[in-house]
Write a protein that binds this ligand. Structure first.
Ligand SMILES: Cc1ncc(COP(=O)(O)O)c(C=O)c1O
Length: 444
């Protein structure tokens, strides 16, 4: 066991120490290069150690890194302007925080505050979906549908309803019919009726799933139906763009694939590419105006929200994305990645391959006919991730509990937006070899 003073999130004997990164590669203390095909955790949008970002960081650090919320700084104003310009519709008001959980939790509070200020103070519940992830703080975890991560903290969690996600491969409503009947979307209306619209403040969903079922996109008419249900019941529509925001899926925001404008958007990760912690909750003008119609302050916020260093860095990252046309690279490299992974479907343990832009995933099954998952104790996901790792490529294990809250094996592949064709091909090759070896090991 390590003898240092860290509070580890996982107990293991050997930890690789990373000394530096460059582009899509991380380097360990032995000088070994690792292809970072998961961008950290879908974070490092523009790659590591980009000189322009380092320069912006230094320039801002020489001016001022922190001011408290009594003041404004120019990077904060400029970044809010940039985010509003990128965001769809009139999502124009930007509330800065430091991470994705703070962003989704802020979305929850903003939704609540909006209703309170409009005299609808019974509206407080947020409806969300199973197989979803919105973060680890208590509000965010209450909205999240990742059963194994909720389990120990259930006594603290808020009483929020969850509905099924659109997941045709296993959907009890439409599995095997080949067509989604949108029953999963209509579940939102059923829940609103059951609980009473006067208790429901908002609905939250990831437009395209991140680690819960990487690359899973709903059918084209899912979000328009959700938007309609929300509108009819005065329920705000929140999208969690923490993973999908700022280009990863081939458009600026994942929800743009579906042609609807949400009321609130939570963002994070790719905003600053991980150079400094920053995230943002973006809201429509109407919501902002309602909150300030009768008062002059909103009692919510976090110490580091909107700090000038993080804002300057995020601006430099967004400049870099625009200057190098990286959103389009996500689209084209994502298409290449997905095409490269498709042949895996011939392998007896591969049940599904999915993806949108540079957010791709593969699901593994014990029986292709019945789609039965492997028993969790077989450790199939870990075996595959380890074998990819052995080829010096980093991918992420998909979150546990995909199928039924307990079982379900899958992986997430989400390299930086700067990845090139050779690096995509190298990733595909490593995954294909790892899957083939694992299948053989399992006797398939
Ligand atoms: C979709 C989504 N929302 C929210 C979060 C929480 O973000 P953070 O870990 O930065 O608090 C995550 C983290 O992985 C996420 O994937």
């Amino acid at each position: 066991m390590p003898t240092d003073r860290l509070f580890y999130r996982t107990q293991k004997d050997h930890w690789l120490r990373i000394t530096h990164g460059e582009g899509v590669y991380l380097f360990d203390e032995d000088g070994q290069a690792w292809l970072d095909a998961c961008a950290g955790v879908h974070v490092v949008s523009i790659g590591h150690a980009v000189p322009e970002v380092v320069a912006a960081m230094e320039a801002q650090a020489r001016k001022v890194c922190f001011t408290y919320s009594r003041f404004l700084t120019q990077p904060q104003i400029d970044l809010a302007e940039r985010i509003a310009a990128l965001a769809p519709g009139d999502l124009n008001r930007v509330f800065f925080v430091s991470g994705g959980s703070e962003a989704t939790e802020s979305a929850m509070k903003i939704a609540r505050k909006y209703h309170v200020e409009r005299g609808k103070s019974s509206k407080h519940k947020i409806v969300s979906r199973w197989q979803s992830w919105h973060g680890n703080t208590v509000g965010a975890l209450s909205m999240s549908g990742r059963t194994p991560w909720r389990k120990d903290y259930e006594p603290y969690l808020l009483d929020f309803p969850h509905i099924l996600p659109p997941y045709p491969y296993r959907c009890p409503y439409c599995r095997d019919t080949g067509v989604c009947n949108l029953n999963c979307a209509d579940d939102l209306e059923r829940v609103i009726h059951q609980q009473g619209a006067d208790s429901i403040a908002a609905f939250i969903a990831e437009p395209i799933l991140g680690t819960s079922c990487c690359g899973l996109a709903p059918p084209a008419d899912y979000f328009p139906r959700i938007r309609d249900i929300c509108d009819r019941h005065d329920v705000l529509m929140i999208v969690d763009e923490v993973v999908t925001g700022f280009g990863r899926t081939g458009l600026n925001f994942g929800i743009e694939h579906f042609g609807v404008v949400p009321d609130i958007m939570a963002t994070g990760k790719g905003l600053s590419s991980g150079y400094t912690p920053i995230a943002a909750t973006v809201v429509r003008e109407e919501i902002y105006d309602a909150i300030y119609a009768k008062q002059t302050s909103f009692a919510h916020g976090h110490t580091y929200g909107g700090n000038p260093l993080s804002c300057a860095v995020a601006l430099a990252v967004q400049d870099y994305i625009a200057a190098h046309d990286l959103v389009d690279n996500c689209r084209s490299m994502g298409e290449r990645m997905l095409a490269g992974l498709q042949p895996l479907l011939d392998n007896p343990i591969v049940g599904a391959v999915r993806g949108k832009g540079l957010l791709t995933g593969v699901e593994f099954v014990a029986d292709k006919q019945t789609r039965a998952p492997f028993a969790p104790q077989q450790g199939v996901t870990a075996a595959i991730v380890d074998r990819v790792f052995a080829r010096n490529v980093l991918i992420m294990p998909g979150a546990p509990g995909l199928v039924d809250g307990v079982a379900g094996d899958h992986i997430a592949i989400s390299p930086p937006f700067t990845v090139n064709e050779a690096q995509v091909d190298e990733t595909v090759r490593a995954v294909a070899e790892a899957v083939a070896e694992t299948a053989r090991d399992l006797g398939h």
